[in-house]
Design a protein around this ligand. Structure first.
Ligand code: AMP
Length: 452
C-alpha cells in the first residue's frame, strides 16, 4: 500500500515524501481512511508503530478548510505528558508545512502569557495535557464548544496517571457532535468504558497485539541476591560496562531513584542524565535533545517521563527494577529493537521484585535469558554492611568464597565477564555506625522511670 491510496491531499503527500516515508505503517493504512471519512476510531497501538501520524495526517486534511476563532480551538489533542504533547506538536509542524494551520501547545512549565496570546488569536489545533487544559478553561481563556475533533492519546497512560476524571470532565465540555479518536497501547476495562461513553460507534483498529514484545529485542534478567540499592546500582554499572552501549535508557520506578541512579552512574564515569516530571521543563527538553542527537549516552527515566517519547534507534534498555505494571515492561523495552533493528534489554531482579517479575514473565510469555556477570555476587557481598556479631571490617570476606561464578542453571544463561573494579565512591548509603549502639537501659531518661 502507498500513501496516495489513502485519500490524503496532494500538499500532505508532498510533506510525507519530504519526511522520507515511503509507505504507511499498518495503523496508518487502517486509521487514515476512517478518520478522513469522519468515523470515530479506537486505535490499539504502541508508540513506535507510527500512530501519531495516523491521526495527525488526516486531521490536517480535515482542518484544511474552515477558520479558527478566538479562544475556540477547532480540534483538541490531549496527551498525558508534556513531552508527548510536544512531540505531537512537532508532528503537526512536520506534516503541516504545506498548510496554514495554527496550533497552540498547552503544557505545564510554559508561561501562561504566551499560551493566552496564542489562544486569543484562535487556533486550529490545540494540544494539551489535561491539567493545563482545565486550568486555562477555568481561567476563562478557552471555550471548547468549537471542537470538531478530539484525540485522546496514550489513554492507558492517562489512566495510570489518574487523569480519567479530568478526561471525562473535558469530554463533557465539548460539543456532542464531534469526531473522537482514542489511542491506547492496551485496553483495560476503564479505557473501554471511556471509549464506550464518549465515542460513537468507533472503528476498532489494532496495530499489533497489546503487550507484545518484538522479536528483535534480546531480553535478559540479572538476578540479584540482595535487596540493597547499593547492590542494585553496582549491578547496573557492571551490566552497562559489560555491554557495548552506544545509547540506552535506564528505567526506574521512582523519581527519587531516577535522580540517585543518574548521579551514581555519572560519578562512576558514565555519561548519564535524569529525566522525570519534577525536573524543570527547560532541563527536560535540553536533556532529551542531547540524547536524541547522540550527545548523551544514558537517559535515566521514569516511565511517565519516557512514555511516548520518540527516540529512534536506542540500542539498550536497562530496568533498574521491574515496573509495577507489567504493561510498562513492554513499553520500556519497546524503546529498543525498533523498525527491525536489534536491541537488548536487561532487567535487575532482587528477591523483593519476584512478584513483579512473575507478572512480567506472564505478560511477555517468553523465556527470558539469565545474564550473569562473573564476580558480581562477590562484589555485592562486599558491599553489605558487616553483621554486628562479626568484625566491623568492610573487607571481611570469609562467608562468601563460594558464590563467584554461579551461573543460571541452564544453557538459557548468557554470561559475561565483568571488569571488576573497586571504585564505589558514588554510592549513597551512609557508612555503618562505628560507636556503641545507644538504646534504653542505662540511658532510659529519668522521667520514664518514675512510677505512675
Ligand atoms: P510514533 O509511533 O508515532 O511514535 O512513531 C514512531 C516513529 O515512526 C517516528 O519517528 C515517526 O517519525 C516514524 N514514522 C511514522 N510513520 C512512518 C512511516 N510511514 N514510515 C516510516 N517511519 C514512520
Amino acid at each position: 500500500m502507498t500513501f496516495d491510496q489513502l485519500g490524503l491531499s496532494e500538499p500532505l503527500l508532498q510533506a510525507i515524501t519530504a519526511a522520507g516515508y515511503t509507505e504507511p505503517t499498518p495503523i496508518q493504512s487502517q486509521a487514515i481512511p476512517s478518520v478522513l471519512s469522519m468515523n470515530d476510531v479506537t486505535g490499539i497501538a504502541q508508540t513506535g508503530t507510527g500512530k501519531t501520524a495516523a491521526f495527525v495526517l488526516p486531521m490536517i486534511d480535515r482542518l484544511a478548510s474552515g477558520r479558527s476563532r478566538a479562544r475556540m480551538p477547532r480540534s483538541l489533542v490531549i496527551a498525558p505528558t508534556r513531552e508527548l504533547a510536544a512531540q505531537v506538536a512537532e508532528n503537526f509542524e512536520k506534516y503541516g508545512v504545506n498548510h496554514k494551520l495554527t496550533m497552540a501547545l498547552l503544557i505545564g512549565g510554559v508561561s501562561f502569557g504566551d499560551q493566552d496570546k496564542a489562544l486569543m488569536q484562535g487556533v486550529d489545533v490545540l494540544i494539551a495535557t489535561p491539567g493545563r487544559l482545565i486550568d486555562q478553561f477555568e481561567r476563562g481563556k478557552l471555550l471548547l464548544t468549537g471542537v470538531e475533533m478530539l484525540v485522546i492519546d496514550e489513554a492507558d497512560r492517562m489512566l495510570d496517571m489518574g487523569f480519567i476524571p479530568d478526561i471525562e470532565r473535558i469530554c463533557k465540555l465539548l460539543p456532542p457532535r464531534r469526531q473522537t479518536l482514542l489511542f491506547s497501547a492496551t485496553m483495560p476495562p476503564e479505557i473501554a468504558k471511556l471509549a464506550a461513553q464518549f465515542q460513537n460507534d468507533p472503528k476498532r483498529i489494532e496495530a499489533s497485539r497489546p503487550a507484545q514484545t518484538a522479536d528483535t529485542i534480546s531480553q535478559y534478567v540479572v538476578q540479584l541476591k540482595s535487596n540493597d540499592h547499593k547492590a542494585r546500582r553496582t549491578a547496573l554499572r557492571r551490566v552497562i560496562e559489560s555491554c557495548d552501549v552506544k545509547n540506552g535508557i535506564v528505567f526506574c520506578n521512582r523519581k527519587t531513584e531516577v535522580d540517585i541512579v543518574a548521579k551514581s552512574l555519572t560519578k562512576h564515569g558514565q555519561d548519564a542524565a535524569p529525566i522525570h516530571g519534577d525536573l524543570p521543563q527547560s532541563y527536560r527538553t535540553q536533556t532529551l535533545e542531547k540524547f536524541r542527537s547522540g550527545d548523551l549516552k544514558l537517559l535515566v527515566a521514569s516511565d511517565v517521563a519516557a512514555r511516548g517519547l520518540d527516540i529512534p534507534d536506542v540500542g539498550h534498555v536497562f530496568n533498574y527494577s521491574p515496573p509495577p505494571n507489567s504493561d510498562d515492561y513492554v513499553h520500556r523495552i519497546g524503546r529498543t529493537g525498533r523498525a527491525g533493528r536489534s536491541g537488548e534489554s536487561f532487567t535487575l531482579v532482587c528477591p523483593e521484585d519476584e512478584k513483579l517479575w512473575d507478572a512480567v514473565k506472564k505478560r511477555v510469555q517468553k523465556e527470558i535469558e539469565v545474564y550473569t556477570l562473573d564476580g558480581l555476587d562477590d562484589e555485592i557481598a562486599e558491599l553489605q554492611p558487616p553483621s554486628r556479631s562479626s568484625s566491623r571490617s568492610r573487607s571481611g570476606r570469609s562467608d562468601r568464597s563460594t558464590n563467584n561464578n554461579k551461573r543460571g542453571n541452564s544453557e538459557q544463561t548468557k554470561s559475561n565477564r565483568s571488569r571488576k573494579s573497586d571504585d564505589r565512591q558514588g554510592d549513597f548509603l551512609p557508612p555503618a555506625p562505628s560507636g556503641p549502639v545507644v538504646g534504653l537501659g542505662d540511658h532510659v531518661p529519668a522521667f520514664l522511670q518514675k512510677s505512675v
